[in-house]
Design a protein around this ligand. Structure first.
Ligand SMILES: [Ca+2]
Length: 572
């Protein structure tokens, strides 16, 4: 790829928008009218806690034919990055800023510092706010998770409807039962599941499909932006029995064989370079042959796969509706994950609770009663929800994670997980599909990119204006670069990409990555030679470490990042 910084004018010419499309700024009526005819719909789809190698078109054995088809007809980015965790990723994705700049440097708790308020601040705008102001209809179906106010009464100033979305169905909170999610909300009203057969992944799909269908039925002359934020395959491991059955036997081989198979396929596809060595199995994960409870472990991964499978079929239904509505050709579809595979052993350690030997009293909920707990104590029909080592996941009366061994496999061939900013925590698939404008078919793009680029891309392709001021507040300039250059096969020219989460920190500049675990020393890797981060070059290149560290410190200072935990010594 050339490293020339092409202008927007050159880019639009490359896409075939011609002379009328390139009149940027004060273009007048003729430009406005022709530009409007070209504006694409944008459908931004995100998975939750999904590893780099899980879906088929990135080397996984999980059956994802719909995502694979989008990839075959579009592009796959191989060096795309999130921010390693739910809340900061969503804050960054929505605003085009680094998470701390948007006020969500950690989760939804308020640490009394600008970068850690647990709420999107007023110095940022969401993609929905920008595109809404630019003449788009805006829809969201799925998980929000960028406010600390998740109760039914709010306050609601930072809920989707108040942050640029015309319609919203989904959850305000970040996790919950798939059969009875807490903080389930339609527009601004919290609701309970509307059927006995409720499953959140399907409900997210149903509502996304409905928004596209209604957009057509309303004969809307506006394009639309739709954000579909699935919670699949975040814990708890919940899936329908028939979906789990589709994976029966698939994982009997265990995580060691799975990692080796995926790695081989990824090399064959060009997703990873064969010269990057597969990382050793996590030291805390036993060799599969030594695992003591294989049957249970296999079941955990069968459910995980079923959750991804169900999401993929949902994406297929959204694509079908786009076709039915005649919107398919000029819709830019983007698919990514919010962080890498999750090694949290949530609900899966210790003795089973409640104690299965004791009689239980059924406590059914009334229809319409709101679920208040992230982890419900009871199913809606009154059975206690069970956690603990060995609990067979899948149904509504269980609440456990899939565990470290499988998370290690999800992030093949990389190190670490969700929370960390080594490649296993921050690497995500990014599929780009836009028949009308993206000409590459099944091609890969290796230029590094980050969540901050999604805002820039949306503003670019929608011809929208990123505001200097919004609702009387001065807005922080966006940090990202439009990926449209990469759509056309050009490299993205940028300074550097930065990360900080729970003291884990990194900087990527060109082929170099400086990365550290919380309280750990800086490690330096050459990502072209060693993306699996096995050969630390910090001792060999101390000057480079010094320069990158200075760049990191400068970024941290301007982006509201403070030393992890330092607020404990400060008065709020
Ligand atoms: Ca997540």
């Amino acid at each position: 790829m050339s490293r020339v910084d092409f202008s927007r004018r050159e880019f639009l010419r490359g896409l075939g928008l011609g002379a009328v499309g390139v009149a940027v700024g004060g273009g007048g009526d003729l430009f406005a009218a022709s530009k409007r005819a070209h504006r694409p719909n944008i459908v931004l789809i995100m998975a939750d806690d999904m590893g780099f190698s899980d879906i088929g078109c990135y080397g996984g054995e999980i059956r994802t034919p719909n995502l694979d088809k989008l990839a075959a007809e579009g592009l796959r980015f191989t060096h795309f990055y999130n921010t390693a965790r739910c809340c900061p990723t969503r804050a960054s994705l929505m605003t085009g800023l680094y998470p701390h700049q948007a006020g969500v440097g950690h989760m939804t708790d308020d640490k009394g510092l600008d970068g850690y308020r647990g709420n999107l601040n007023k110095k940022c705008v969401t993609i929905a706010e920008v595109l809404n102001a630019g003449g788009y209809r805006t829809y969201m179906s799925g998980k929000w998770h960028v406010t600390r106010h998740r109760g039914p009464e709010g306050p609601k100033f930072n809920w989707p409807r108040q942050r640029g979305f015309d319609r919203f169905y989904g959850t305000i909170h970040g996790a919950g039962s798939f059969y009875d999610p807490c903080s389930l909300t339609r527009d601004n009203t919290q609701i309970a599941p509307d059927s006995d057969d409720y499953y959140y992944t399907d409900a997210i799909t149903d509502n996304a499909v409905k928004f596209v269908a209604e957009h057509k039925a309303e004969k809307n002359d506006k394009p639309f932006f739709m954000y579909v934020a699935y919670t699949s395959p975040h814990w708890p491991m919940h899936a329908r029995a028939e979906d789990i059955a589709r994976y029966k036997g698939q994982y009997d081989k265990g995580w060691d064989a799975l990692r080796a198979e995926r790695h081989k396929r990824m090399i064959g596809m060009g997703i990873v370079d064969g010269k990057w060595e597969l990382t050793p199995r996590d030291a805390k994960v036993p060799a599969w042959e030594d695992e003591k409870n294989k049957q249970w472990q296999v079941r955990r991964m069968e459910v995980y796969a079923a959750m991804v499978d169900c999401m993929d079929r949902g994406i297929g239904r959204i694509v079908e509706q786009l076709k039915r509505s005649g919107e398919y050709e000029n819709t830019l579809i983007l698919f990514l994950a919010d962080n890498g595979g999750c090694a949290e052993e949530y609900g899966s350690r210790g003795a089973e609770k409640p104690d299965p030997s004791k009689a239980v009293e059924l406590k059914p909920m009334s229809r319409g009663e709101l679920q208040k707990d992230m982890r419900p104590k009871y199913t809606r029909d009154g059975r206690p929800v069970r956690t603990g080592y060995g609990v067979t996941p899948g149904p509504a009366d269980t609440y456990i994670a899939y565990g470290k061994g499988w998370a290690n496999a999800s992030n093949t061939p990389f190190r670490r997980y969700k929370h960390w900013v080594h490649e296993g925590g921050i690497s995500t698939p990014l599929i780009v599909h836009w028949p009308k404008r993206v000409k590459g078919r099944g091609e890969l793009r290796d230029t590094p990119g980050h969540l901050i680029d999604i805002m820039a891309t949306c503003v670019d392709v929608a011809g929208a204006e990123y505001p200097v001021e919004y609702k009387g507040e001065k807005i922080i300039p966006m940090e990202g670069k439009s990926l449209a250059y990469a759509f056309a096969g050009m490299a993205i020219v940028r300074e550097a990409i930065y990360w900080e989460h729970e003291g884990n920190r990194a900087i990527r500049w060109d082929k170099w990555k400086l990365v550290a675990k919380n309280r750990g020393k800086w490690e330096l890797y050459d990502m072209e030679a060693d993306r699996t981060e096995l050969n630390d070059l910090s001792g060999k290149h101390p000057k480079m470490v010094k320069v990158f560290t200075q760049m990191y410190e400068k970024w941290a200072k301007r982006s509201n990042v403070v030393e992890w935990g330092s607020w404990k010594n400060k008065k709020k």
